[in-house]
Design a binder for this molecule. Structure first.
Ligand code: NVA
Length: 315
């Protein structure tokens, strides 16, 4: 069976632990996995802007012994010039893994259905699961074992990062609190799914409006842009809606002792987070950015291991 990483809950709690442990060991010994030796090719496609994702996949794929192939999403016109299914069948004959940043989760699902090789979500409107692997690795490095820690996500809970924190956090056994204004809270389906996973892991998932309540005693405070890619036309309304959700030094003062602050970047200083917090001692954002590479190397290696044992012998 070909495994994919399309959303955070594609990994069971045990599998997520395994991938994070592999990421930690690859951080110590970057060339220990040569899962793409040959070199085998990974097709990477970006339909939205990117810096960290493109850089960390390209560097990580090279460290795994592989060849990072850039497919220009604009030239390819996936879903417009030809169907997602046709692109999937073509790329699946050239590459051992397909990495795609796009808009609709349904398009990514279709890519996975037809590719015949593992497909990795490099961000969709709904989820950003590679970021969450990097973030969980970062928390482990700074706070130790994950189960029982409390994470407060402050801001746009209805964006990909809010959804991914719910699912990945529940999988990791974290207590996840999302503080967002009405109208910008995660859809009930994601809260329900997180609660379902939480019953197995001992996690909890809560959505609230007050940032102060979410942050109280938290081990980790997280935020993200108020205007996700593709939402630029709503910028003015969003800046107004989120005006009381800035992560300030004062808000951080309500978190637990030695709380860390995280942001997937790019950050808009003075909007979702103040400079003194982002650039201050609690910030671990550069570790997060680095850990994208280690986490993505781990998920690629792990997916290929799973796929290699199939009877179709796809790879
Ligand atoms: N929520 C943000 C994440 C950026 C990495 C966006 O989708 O633009």
């Amino acid at each position: 069976m070909t495994r994919h990483f399309l959303r955070d809950d594609d990994l069971s709690p045990a599998e997520q632990y395994e991938v994070l442990s592999l990421a930690a060991s690859l951080k110590q010994a970057p060339y220990d996995s040569q899962s793409l030796a040959g070199p085998r090719t990974v097709a990477t496609i970006y339909d939205k802007p990117t810096l960290r994702t493109q850089a960390s996949f390209a560097a990580g794929i090279a460290e795994l012994g592989g060849n990072p192939m850039m497919v220009d999403g604009t030239l390819a016109g996936i879903g417009r010039r030809e169907s997602v299914a046709d692109v999937a069948r073509v790329l699946g004959r050239q590459a051992s893994v397909i990495v795609w940043r796009t808009y609709a989760q349904a398009a990514l699902d279709e890519m996975a259905q037809y590719a015949g090789v593992p497909v990795v979500n490099a961000l969709t409107d709904e989820f950003h699961p590679c970021q969450l692997l990097a973030d969980l690795l970062t928390i482990r490095e700074h706070k130790g074992e994950l189960p029982g820690l409390t994470v407060a996500f402050v801001g746009d809970g209805a964006c990909n990062m809010g959804n991914s924190w719910l699912l990945a956090g529940a999988t990791a056994g974290l207590h996840v609190r999302i503080a967002s204004p009405e109208g910008h809270q995660p859809e009930p389906q994601y809260v329900e799914r997180a609660s379902e996973i939480a019953r197995e892991t001992g996690a909890t998932a809560e959505v609230m409006t007050a940032p102060q309540a979410a942050v109280a005693g938290a081990d980790v405070v997280v935020t993200d842009t108020w205007v996700s890619m593709g939402r630029e036309e709503e910028a003015a309304a969003r800046l107004a809606a989120f005006a009381d959700y800035t992560v300030t030094a004062d808000l951080m003062g309500r978190a637990g002792p030695d709380a860390i602050v995280m942001h997937c970047l790019p950050a808009y200083r003075g909007k979702e987070i103040d400079s003194e917090v982002l650039d201050g001692p609690a910030s671990v954002v550069w570790d997060e950015a680095e850990n994208r590479r280690h986490a993505q190397k781990a998920i690629i290696t792990w997916l290929l291991r799973g796929t290699e044992v199939t009877e179709e012998g796809l790879l």
